[in-house]
Write a protein of this length. Structure first.
Length: 208
């Protein structure tokens, strides 16, 4: 997994006003939790954190240089502006070397299914347990050549050494069904028109 070093600062201003001032200064308000310690309010450099997430994903390992010490953390919850997409707040989980943590890992589909099939993805991530410094950033599922009736469940995933599946192994992730025919689509359209009570306009007869 990716590991990034960031300079963090202790944050002394709290509340909405303090958070806005922190963001205006080019930093992101954050809180570090874990190991039974009191939460630590810090700020992270916005540009460097954004690059870290882009390159390493949401499970990137962050080494924070904080008050003369290094603190290993991983993002636990990230809040973003719904319009601009800017990072507004980050919850960080403090971790130690050798410690195992539970995280959600996104699934990435590769390849193309066989012709005539329709792919349905029932899950976009799975939960795993792994050592804090070897967290997977994503898990690939090859759908290359999958035919109608085939599927992939959580138990079918190939995980890296030291990574344990937490999600129920029987959880369905992707499945391939039969693609609808032109007749099926026409029938569905006719049914939808009927349910909506749409009546086709007919030309008005006129007499001379």
């Amino acid at each position: 997994m990716s590991e990034v070093r960031l300079d963090a600062e202790v944050r002394t201003e709290f509340g909405k006003g303090g958070a806005r001032r922190t963001r205006r200064a080019g930093k992101i308000p954050a809180v570090i939790y874990g190991h039974g310690a009191d939460p630590r309010h810090v700020s992270l450099p916005a540009r460097e954190f954004t690059l870290a997430i882009r390159r390493g994903g949401s499970n990137v390992l962050l080494t924070l240089a904080l008050e003369g010490e290094d603190q290993l953390t991983i993002p636990k919850a990230i809040q973003r502006d719904p319009i601009r997409g800017d990072f507004e707040h980050v919850d960080l989980l403090a971790v130690r070397l050798g410690e195992k943590v539970t995280i959600d890992v996104p699934l990435v589909l590769t390849g193309e299914i066989a012709p005539g099939g329709l792919l349905a993805q029932d899950a976009t991530s799975v939960t795993v347990e792994a050592e804090a410094t070897h967290l997977p950033t994503e898990i690939e599922i090859s759908i290359e050549g999958m035919e109608v009736g085939s599927s992939v469940s959580a138990k079918d995933l190939t995980l890296a050494a030291g990574t344990t599946l937490v999600t129920d192994p029987e959880t369905l992730l992707v499945a391939v069904g039969a693609a609808p025919t032109a007749e099926d689509l026409e029938a569905e359209t006719a049914e939808a028109v009927e349910e909506l009570g749409i009546v086709e306009d007919k030309p008005t007869e006129t007499t001379e």
